[in-house]
Design a protein around this ligand. Sequence first.
Ligand code: PLP
Length: 396
Amino acid sequence: MIFSQIPQAPADPILGLTDAFKKDPRADKVNLGVGIYKDEAGQTPVLKTVKKAEAILLDAEKTKNYLGIEGVELYNTAVQTLLFGAKNDIINAKRAYTAQAPGGTGSLRVAAEFLVRNTDSKTLWVSNPTWANHQNIFQTAGLTIKEYGYYKAETHDMDFDAMITDLQAAQPGDLILLHGCCHNPTGIDLSSSQWETVGQLCVDKELVPLFDFAYQGFGAGIEEDAQGLRIVAAKVPELLVANSFSKNFGLYNERIGAITVVAANEETAQKSFSQIKKTIRATYSNPPAHGGLIVSTILSDETLRQEWEVELAEMRQRIAEMRVLFVETLKSEGVKQDFSFISRQNGMFSFSGLSKEQVNRLKDEFGVYIVGSGRISVAGMTKQNIPVICKAIAQV
Ligand code: PLP
């Protein structure tokens, strides 16, 4: 017998919360834990453009044959254009190679495995705080995690000085994880000039950026949200990008993302990519087709692409409206504390500043579920549930 001594693994801090939420019998319970977009009716519908693309694919499909290790070719080209912009020097010089991968998580894990097996870089710097799964993914792959400051709790704002000071201790060849936009969990992003500084720091200290880009289009817009990546990419010789379409195409369960490697020249990029393909072959062999085909169908059709951009803008604008309404409703419920910083943050999440004890009381006494760190998924708020949430917050 080899299994009997295996201990129970702890529940995932975010997905475990969803399990607890499902078991809660209260009718007015609200889940603001997991980062899933909800519309005004509290639903997570399939985008209209996705339905249209699926109809086209169902009609045209002739085979279920394997894809190549790197996935759908048209998809990978479309990903590069979204990341770097059309006619970018990096693309023109063939310094970037992209493989379709299972979601942002799968892409990050492929990146980590590739780095551990093929480079001497074993230390990854992540922001404090960061998405809870980052440590899990990278430590499991064998990287050592170090943290750089990012957030100042007193001002609910960026602590850029701490970030730069902490990164002074990084060694040449160290990896630095950067959230492309809509930083999870704080909702606070770098300004263009701060991106310039970070890009230059990477050059000066020979750090290699790994971008986690899971929310393109949820901040200010598709092109705007890529500015940080593009500023850094224009400076550094090498970087990796793990991007995801779970959120901006609403394709959560299709597991669709991509890993992109950029190297100093075409030959190095091609060799690095051959090792990424080797990692993929040893992990899941080749990606599932459906998500990649949906995204490439939409992005390569001018009409569908425009319609998708409208749908994405609707999601972005609804979240921005909820931020404003949330702050106003808290005020009208008599909450004295200033929560106006929430309307200045980007993307699905806000770091509320609520304590662990307040988070527990919200769950136990009011059926309002948020992550222990105080991170709130604003994308789960609606005009209907905001009064419930704000009344509960006023009580705690
Ligand atoms: N990276 C960040 C910062 C995220 O917030 C998420 C999802 O919540 C992911 C990556 C993973 O995305 P996916 O569901 O595509 O694996």
